[in-house]
Design a protein around this ligand. Structure first.
Ligand SMILES: Nc1ncnc2c1ncn2[C@@H]1O[C@H](COP(=O)(O)OP(=O)(O)O)[C@@H](O)[C@H]1O
Ligand SMILES: Cc1ncc(COP(=O)(O)O)c(N)n1
Length: 269
């Protein structure tokens, strides 16, 4: 088995957060583990309540996992507060070098704020410098870089600016652009553009969580960074395409993780 760890928040409706991450890990043939940093009461329409996990419990979950089943890759999602970001960073910095994908989750698709303001500085100073890859969407890249992003050129400038914070690579995701869903990777040496046609759907709950988990799972399986991003983008596109025609809930429906079984798995239809 190939163990992969998500350090993130729980989404009661199962579309984003820990639940999306574990579904992605399973779909990509890896063994998923979790460190839950916050509970959200959430559905496809919005978030009604958030409770942060006590930092001692965050640390205890990480210790339990690493003591027994060291993950081959780690991803972080909703970390909610500065003390949690710092606890996770301190723990990971003292536990060797494992591929680390940091998805700096700040706001849900529904508009709910998922990160306290003071935590942004902790990301910049403590967690991002440890990361193999950070995967901000356009608004997150703007907050972290202080730059305004209007087009692909701006995405590239923001990626270069974010490299100054110390990650090994930056992926600026284009889901929020008005153009096609093109994601820009800067791998420390050059840019790679991952093109994707924009799929016309409101059902994009969990896209960011799914993409970063798919990258972590692919890296755990031994793919290079650029290969992993390519695989994740392909997985993502299928998951959104399927969600566009097969949805649940009354708001922004979740992406569909078992899309690739399609016709063969009649009972999943
Ligand atoms: N409507 C869409 N059609 C196709 N791909 C999309 C769409 N929305 C998002 N994506 C893709 O999903 C991934 C997550 O992107 P994004 O929505 O920017 O992240 P987040 O969920 O963190 O806001 C990216 O690969 C992006 O290109
Ligand atoms: C617990 C949790 N983590 C992350 C997200 C962001 O996901 P999205 O931006 O796709 O709604 C979320 N809504 N809930």
């Amino acid at each position: 088995m190939i163990p992969v760890l998500t350090v993130a928040g729980s989404d009661s409706s199962g579309g984003a957060g820990i639940q999306a991450d574990l579904k992605t890990f399973a779909a990509l043939g890896t063994y998923g583990m979790s460190c839950i940093c916050a509970l959200t009461a959430q559905n496809t329409k919005g978030v009604t309540m958030v409770v942060n996990t006590p930092v001692d419990m965050v640390k205890a979950q990480l210790e339990a996992v690493f003591d027994d089943i060291p993950p081959r890759a780690v991803k972080t999602g909703m970390l909610s507060s500065a003390p949690i970001v710092e606890t996770v960073a301190d723990f990971l910095s003292s536990h060797g070098k494992v591929p680390l994908v940091v998805d700096p989750v700040m706001v849900a698709t529904s508009g709910a704020v998922l990160l306290e303001e003071e935590a942004i500085q902790s990301y910049k100073e403590k967690l991002i410098p440890l990361s193999t890859l950070i995967t901000p969407n356009i608004p997150e890249a703007e907050v972290l870089s202080g730059l305004s992003i209007q087009n692909e050129e701006d995405m590239k400038k923001a990626a270069l600016a974010l490299m100054d914070l110390g990650p090994s690579a930056v992926l600026v995701k284009g889901g929020h652009s008005v153009e096609d869903a093109r994601d820009i990777l800067y791998d420390g040496r050059e840019f790679h553009v991952f093109s994707g046609r924009r799929i016309s759907t409101e059902n994009t709950h969990g896209t960011g969580c799914t993409l970063s988990s798919a990258i972590a799972a692919s890296m755990a399986r031994g793919l290079s960074l650029t290969e992993a991003v390519g695989e994740a983008k392909k997985y993502m596109e299928g998951a959104i395409r399927r969600a566009a025609v097969d949805s649940v809930g009354h708001g922004h429906g979740p992406v569909h993780h078992f899309w690739f079984y399609g016709e063969n798995w009649g009972h999943m239809e």
